[in-house]
Design a protein around this ligand. Structure first.
Ligand SMILES: [Zn+2]
Length: 95
């Protein structure tokens, strides 16, 4: 399971741009492709980008991972994406 979460500070830093300090910048670089895949801003934008980042993570594990991709293709394992809502405590599957 790839688990994203709501109100993510790293996603927020990615959206705001610039060069955040320390290890946050490596997170921003990792999240940037999710932001780049989406076209326009909308309400709840931070959470939309966070969910897109989960989707990219799942796609990578399904197609590019040296171990998990083959296991997934053989039907041995499932690779799913989920989102943790900090406000409600709920985790929902998103793919
Ligand atoms: Zn976060």
């Amino acid at each position: 399971m790839v688990l994203g979460h709501s109100q993510c500070g790293a996603v927020d830093a990615t959206i705001k741009g610039g060069n955040p300090p320390g290890h946050i910048d490596s997170l921003v670089q990792a999240i940037k492709p999710a932001l780049d895949r989406l076209k326009k801003q909308s309400p709840d934008w931070v959470n939309i980008v966070a969910k897109e980042n989960v989707k990219i993570g799942v796609e990578r594990l399904q197609t590019e991972d040296p171990i998990l991709t083959a296991r997934h293709e053989d039907g041995d394992i499932e690779i799913v994406g989920a989102f943790y809502d900090i406000k409600t405590g709920k985790v929902s599957l998103i793919m």
